[in-house]
Design a binder for this molecule. Structure first.
Ligand code: G3H
Ligand code: 13P
Ligand code: ZN
Length: 384
């Protein structure tokens, strides 16, 4: 089955009252693992490539400086991988651009094969955010591609935005934004935060999604609310990383209980990246501890050198530059490389599988309307 847009997956979540995890990938083997674990649990799947993930997958190891050309190349590499594994799977698979920073990044993703895009104008003045988001919708919907916008600013590092304090989403503005832009999904600020240092015992302001949904139903708006910065930062993984030579301090996530309580308030898509990064980092460190001969391997040994140098890092992109062909194309041979990709895949499956169960999307794939991009072109045109 071809990759499908975001909208039908979130429609099923809304109708049946669960949330759909949306999981970030930065390498071919991660895409494979995310699809396989959803398939095992019979869940629909949303894979996300962030703007900078596209730059990395386009070969920019210094992905922060990635150009539009790098992103175009990377978008195609991610889409090729997701299609390769997704199209032979019975489950519906969405490939969504995470935090698209401008119109051109969204176009690059769509041309590469993404079926859904986020345009993140949350750092712009309100009217400019509306205008930019509207432009992306105007480009994407006639191609059957779904769009997510963002309103309100999350604390923490948000790709190109750094905000010291959260600015929660104003429900009245959210409804105005939804009306003016026609987005399918809206990322809101209600107490979550990107990264591994969200603070201890974060409480989410559930009244924000409740108020937005209430206003939406009065206005007859059918869109879906998204929770970014929602990693749970499992303490057992942080402790294991540190016992394996890592130096991760002050790492706390959103508790599963807080996230699960937000689902009946209307949160339908929950974004997770950090938990995957942590599980993969732990597995790489553990592999080199258990198989020290790999440290001298000409292909994968340099990964150990980076792990040893960057003890506070937990973004696998810091450690994977020595095997970029494997990252970008899934190529490369030999036992040592297979052990590395195996460790990465198991880490992804542990983090993602746990959350599929917690968010309640297990067993739900038959509930999703298998709307292709072509069907969605018609649906968007007819407004149905
Ligand atoms: O929310 C955002 C993602 O975790 C960002 O990842 O470093 O690829 O932009 P990035
Ligand atoms: P975390 O950093 O909490 O995993 O958030 C990821 C995210 O929001 C991706 O868009
Ligand atoms: Zn995010």
């Amino acid at each position: 089955m071809p990759l499908i847009p975001l909208r039908p997956v979130l429609e099923a979540a809304e109708t049946h009252g669960y949330a759909q995890g949306a999981f970030n990938v930065n390498a071919v083997c991660q895409a494979k693992a995310v699809i396989e674990v959803h398939e095992m649990l019979r869940s629909p799947a949303i894979l996300q490539g962030a703007d900078l993930a596209n730059a990395f997958m386009g070969g920019r190891t210094d992905f922060q400086n990635g150009t539009l050309e790098d992103k175009k190349k990377g978008a195609k590499n991610i889409a090729d991988a997701v299609r390769k594994y997704g199209e032979q799977s019975p489950i519906p698979v969405v490939l969504h651009l995470d935090h698209g920073r401008d119109f051109d990044s969204c176009v690059a993703a769509i041309e590469g094969g993404y079926t859904s895009v986020m345009i993140d104008g949350s750092s712009l003045p309100y009217e400019e955010n509306v205008e930019l988001t509207r432009e992306v919708v105007k480009y994407a919907h006639p191609r059957g591609v779904s769009v997510e916008g963002e309103l309100g600013v999350l604390a923490g590092v948000e790709d190109h935005v750094f905000a010291q304090n959260s600015t929660y989403t104003n429900p009245l503005t959210a409804v105005d934004f939804l009306k003016k832009t026609g987005v399918d999904a809206l990322a809101i600020s209600y107490g979550t935060m990107h990264g591994a240092s969200k603070g201890k015992d974060v409480k989410l302001r559930r009244e924000i999604p409740i108020a937005i949904r209430e206003c939406m139903s009065h206005e007859g708006i059918r869109a879906f609310l998204v929770s970014h910065g929602s990693s749970t930062v499992p303490q057992y993984i942080v402790q294991e990383i540190n016992a394996l030579g890592g130096e991760i301090q002050n790492a706390y996530g959103i508790s599963k209980e807080e996230l699960k309580a937000a689902i009946p308030c209307g949160i339908r898509k929950i974004n997770v990246d950090t938990d995957i990064r942590l599980a993969v980092t732990r597995n790489l460190r553990e592999l080199f501890r258990d198989c020290p001969e790999l440290k001298a391997d000409p292909v994968v040994g340099p990964i150990w050198t980076l792990l040893d140098e960057k003890r506070a890092a937990f973004d696998p992109r810091a450690f994977l530059p020595p095997i970029m062909d494997t990252v970008m194309y899934g190529t490369g041979e030999g036992e040592a490389l297979a052990r590395i990709t195996g460790a990465i895949e198991r880490g992804v499956k542990e983090a993602v599988g746990t959350l599929i169960v917690e968010f309640g999307s297990v067993g739900r794939y038959p509930l999703v309307r298998m709307d292709t991009l072509e069907t969605m072109i018609r649906r968007y045109k007819e407004g149905v």
